[in-house]
Design a protein. Structure first.
Length: 274
């Protein structure tokens, strides 16, 4: 518990400084480094026997995609090239293994493409939000939704949790914790909206509440989905990079779902304007 709180107390202020004061390229680099860590940890869990260079391909692609997204006018051309080279490298590796006694399993190709391509593209929503009008305040929305939902579910679940939510996927999650996550995300999103109003932004609080509810829903699905992967491969955590939290993938699993959901909501029903 103390390690979890200490890491949060250090990481959250740094994150706020980067999102609100840093240039877009720094946001892209930060998301890229986190995405690269996620790719490495994910493959260490799912493809631990694969050649290390496959992990490097995925991690490099995962770093580049969010970073290139942050460069105006470059990402739309460069990202397909990065994906092409990842795709080509994997299929060349697959074909070359036919000269050996044991061929590469296609599951390995799919997992590397997921870790190095799909996950970083979804996380790149964090960067695209920062590139729109009122970028920083929009870019912080997924963090508010994901982290408040996670914290609410964790603490309410510890205090009041009695009924298992998904015992075969994540035995420690409870219905009470899930409800606490929804309430926490909605309340924190409304508080964030009130802070923005005090800073002279026009904020639709009803829409902010919807962001909180759907953000929490996406975050809990993300948490459960990546917990299911851990159960399949018999591991407790993806890594140990963040004491008390596990690995970067354990911290960002919900964000893989939350970030694109919040981006879509902001495109369809924007809640904040100057």
């Amino acid at each position: 518990m103390s390690q979890r709180l200490t890491v949060a107390a250090i990481a959250i202020p740094i994150l706020i400084l980067i999102v609100f004061l840093g240039p877009v390229w720094l946001v892209g680099l930060t998301v890229g480094l986190a995405s690269g860590c996620c790719a490495w940890e994910f493959l260490r869990c799912t493809e631990k026997d694969a050649k290390s260079r496959l992990h490097i391909y995925a991690a490099a692609s995962a770093v580049l995609i969010p970073f290139l997204t942050s460069i105006q006018g470059v990402g739309q051309y460069a990202i397909p090239i990065v994906l092409f080279f990842l795709f080509a490298a994997l299929f060349v590796e697959l074909m070359l293994t036919f000269r050996q006694r044991r061929t590469m399993e296609f599951e390995t190709v799919a997992m590397v493409l997921l870790a190095g391509g799909v996950i970083p593209i979804l996380l790149s929503s964090l960067v695209r939000l920062d590139m729109r009008s009122c970028g920083s305040v929009y870019a912080f929305l997924p963090y508010v939704a994901a982290f408040s939902s996670d914290a609410g579910a964790y603490f309410i679940g510890m205090a009041f949790g009695k009924h298992k939510l998904a015992p075969y996927v994540s035995p420690r999650k409870t219905v009470e914790g899930s409800a606490g996550g929804f309430v926490s995300a909605i309340v924190l999103m409304l508080l964030y909206g009130l802070v923005l109003r005090a800073l002279n932004y026009q904020v639709n609080l009803a829409v902010m509440a919807v962001y909180g509810f759907l953000g929490s829903f996406a975050g809990q699905l993300g948490d459960l989905s990546f917990s299911a992967v851990k159960r399949l491969y018999g591991v407790k955590d993806y890594g140990d990079l963040l004491p008390g939290h596990g690995g970067m993938m354990d911290r960002m699993d919900s964000m893989v779902w939350v970030a694109p959901v919040i981006e879509m909501l902001c495109l369809w029903v924007p809640a904040i304007s100057k």
